[in-house]
Design a protein around this ligand. Sequence first.
Ligand SMILES: [Fe+2]
Length: 186
Amino acid sequence: MAKTDKKSNDPKASTKPSTKSSTPAAPKGQAIDIGISADHRAAIAKGLNGLLADTFTLYLTTHNFHWNVTGPMFNALHNMFMDQYTELWNAVDPIAERVRALGYPAIGSFADFAKASSLPDAPVEPPKAKEMIRILVAGHEAVARTARALYPLVDEASDEPSADLLTQRLDIHEKTAWMLRSLLEE
Ligand SMILES: [Fe+2]
């Protein structure tokens, strides 16, 4: 843990991220002094690991649905799910690397993802196409809630790169939820 960090703000007094991620191990090696307190870095890294777990879980469910979708909407959904899982796959890397830049390990195992994710795992039996869409709407909304819950903390810590990342993720998840929701209208 960096001893030289200034502790001008007490993150415990602020809004805490609502993620269920486990506490990352204290970093070793050269002290980090990027102008964000050690306590803030730890709390933000934990929240971002939760966002990483959510994003990976939604990625896997979306890819699963790309493989298993059936019915008259097959072609449209098979292709739409491919665009969506590709976007989610590309999103996990910048989230994990932001955790690293803050001085903490990025989680990256099924066990850790299952523990830290606010989303349920993909269903064991592939559901009907419409139920797949409902599950993905709920998933994108859940990831948006995770990202939004972390925002007050990164704002308080003046962690602009994390704030920028959260803003981009919120935009994507809210837009994708809208598009999927629109498919359910008669
Ligand atoms: Fe494919």
